[in-house]
Design a protein around this ligand. Structure first.
Ligand code: IMP
Length: 450
């Protein structure tokens, strides 16, 4: 039997507009599944001019005909999930019998977020969502999984151990609880977080163990109806002939193995991660969408060869509205990097591309596309650079003529100005994959299908 499983992967560093593309593709699928990461993602979907940012719940949730699954590879912050579900429920979204979470996914606790924020100051520039800390626990085998909440004694034992090690770490790193409280009040990246997590801290006990345990158990009870063996669920769905879309978060070069280590997230963001994070074997994946932005952005630290740390980059940021959906941080901006795109095609096995934000480039006279990297002696680099070599290379650009006209109203490829068509075709030619979707604005209808 042929199974229909597709994956959708960001290239290169996330924020390509995956939320919109999943939303567009969702009509062809029965199920949409997240397979890695957690609330570090921010998938934006705009419907009827209303913007919804999803951090944890798959972007298919806005399509009533789909079921949505949070797979075993995810790390789930119960507090954020509850908030996200409450917001969507208030907007009329129904969860019953169409939302599921894996009993094997790991749980993020308040201490993971605090320690992430403490550790990431000035170094990696993480989102502060506790992602790396929860995956650390998973790999150290001290993690707590969603399903553990139904085994109270087992849960209590693991919870006590995690709590003790977190408090010991906090006490060794911060001289007093004031330092933690200051961190919560002034340095957490999103405004709400301080208040959100602050209630678990006090002068008397640093971290209120009983309060956290009680609240998490209560949330787990409310979520009980959605928690299940999602591996069995997905396999049964495929046997019924249903179609499943695996929604990647972050991007190829934030992958913990294939990204620019150590400036990466803590999960496998590539197609390979989709299999491990869902329990669906690799050979079931027949269609792999790569989502490229027509230029490049990055949040957080790390190499970025085509970055325009100048007025040009500022203009891209302003016109492209490039501010993080999760943290609000201004994104670093630069030109399209075909070296990264080609590498991503190889690593992920990309079969189809969605090119987003083409409209943003409408103001540029001549558009640089990086086709190779140059060494310091001016010769071209033959192999893909090691992370530390990125400081020694510079991009080699091809200049493509701009189109200097608004394309946000175009709905067919033929409607695009000739130079915009040439830009799309050139990227196709360099990367050797067909660009099947072109997005020319945030709304669903601002899309060209080829
Ligand atoms: P973490 O995933 O919060 O640990 O952050 C690790 C790196 O990945 C940082 O540079 C973040 O800015 C980046 N990152 C994490 N999630 C996203 C995302 O969804 N979009 C873009 N960058 C991300």
């Amino acid at each position: 039997m042929n199974y229909h499983v597709s994956a959708l992967i960001g290239v290169p560093w996330g924020d390509e507009g995956k939320g919109k593309i999943v939303d567009l593709l969702a009509k062809n699928f029965n199920g949409v599944v997240r397979f890695q990461g957690g609330a570090n993602a921010g998938h934006t979907v705009v419907i009827n001019e209303k913007k919804t940012i999803l951090h944890l719940i798959p972007s298919g949730i806005l399509h009533p005909h789909t079921y949505n699954v949070m797979g075993n590879g995810m790390v789930i912050d119960f507090l954020t999930l509850k908030e996200e579900m409450d917001t969507l429920s208030a907007a009329g979204i129904n969860f019953a019998n169409r939302f599921y979470m894996s009993d094997q996914a790991h749980v993020i606790f308040p201490w993971h977020r605090i320690i992430d924020t403490l550790k990431s100051k000035g170094s990696l520039g993480t989102t502060g969502r506790g992602i790396g800390q929860a995956y650390e626990e998973k790999m150290r085998r001290t993690g707590i999984r969603v399903g553990d909440f139904s085994e109270r004694a087992y849960l209590q034992e693991r919870f006590d151990a995690q709590y003790a090690s977190a408090v010991a770490y906090l006490q060794s790193e911060c001289n007093s609880v004031e330092v933690v409280l200051d961190l919560l009040q002034n340095k957490m990246r999103d405004e709400k977080t301080g208040a959100h997590l602050g209630r678990f801290f006090s002068e008397q006990c640093w971290l209120d163990k009983e309060k956290i345990f009680k609240e998490y158990v209560e949330i787990a009870e409310q979520l009980q109806q959605y928690i299940c063996d999602t591996v069995a669920l997905l396999h049964k769905a495929l046997q019924r002939g249903e179609k499943i879309l695996l929604e990647g978060a972050q991007g190829t070069f934030l992958d913990v193995d294939h990204g620019m280590y150590p400036f990466v997230t803590s999960s496998n963001t590539i197609t390979g991660g989709a299999s491990a994070g869902t329990g669906l074997p690799p050979q079931y994946l027949t269609e792999i969408w790569g989502v490229f932005k027509a230029y490049t952005t990055r949040v957080g630290h790390g190499p970025f060869p085509t970055e325009q740390d100048n007025l040009g980059g500022e203009l891209l940021r302003k016109i492209g509205d490039e501010y993080g959906a999760t943290t609000g941080r201004p994104r670093r901006c630069g030109w399209f990097d075909a070296v990264l795109a080609k590498r991503a095609v190889l690593i992920n096995g990309i079969t189809d591309v969605a090119l987003t934000k083409l409209d943003v480039l409408s103001y540029v006279d001549r558009i640089p596309v990086c086709t190779a990297y140059e060494k310091e002696d001016g010769t071209l680099l033959e192999s893909f650079p090691k992370p530390y070599q990125f400081q020694q290379i510079k991009p080699h650009y091809e200049l493509l003529p701009g189109w200097k006209t608004d394309v946000s109203h175009c709905r067919n490829f033929a409607d695009l100005p000739e130079n915009a068509q040439k830009y799309v075709k050139r990227i196709e030619e360099i990367t050797s994959v067909p660009i099947k979707i072109i997005s020319v604005g945030p709304a669903r209808e601002q899309t060209i299908f080829r």
